[in-house]
Design a protein around this ligand. Structure first.
Ligand SMILES: [Zn+2]
Length: 120
């Protein structure tokens, strides 16, 4: 495996942080469509007709708890953008996290190499 230098890794982290700074508003959840009955027994939905569509933001909180937030139809285009933006933010955060781990590993490897070299 090719060893990437710490300076390169740090530069990659900085690039991603700059991208994070350019991110638009976001919401930490996924937008899902839910089909349901409205509760009115006389409505078509209660009599085998088409169900009502509702849009929900599903948020995964601490300890696997899921929270659902109903999204008003008028806000749908905006909230869809927020949810999409979060995918981007999440990806960047994961990349920064992985790079930081690599920097730790590379620092350890370098220290080991220096120590090994000195003991000769
Ligand atoms: Zn209905």
């Amino acid at each position: 495996m090719r060893q990437i230098s710490i300076a390169t890794l740090e530069r990659q982290v900085k690039t991603r942080i700059a991208k994070l700074g350019q991110c638009e508003p976001f919401i930490m959840g996924s937008l899902v469509e839910s089909k349901r009955k409205c509760g009115n027994k006389k409505c078509a939905c209660a009599n085998g007709g088409e169900l009502h569509s509702a849009w929900i933001i599903t948020k995964h909180g601490v300890g696997n708890k899921t929270r659902s937030i109903y999204v008003p139809v008028a806000m749908l285009p905006e909230v869809r953008k927020w949810a999409d933006e979060y995918k981007k933010v999440k990806e960047l955060l994961q990349e920064i996290d992985e790079l930081s781990e690599q920097i730790i590993a590379a620092t350890k490897a370098r220290k080991k190499a220096i120590t090994a070299g000195a003991s000769k």
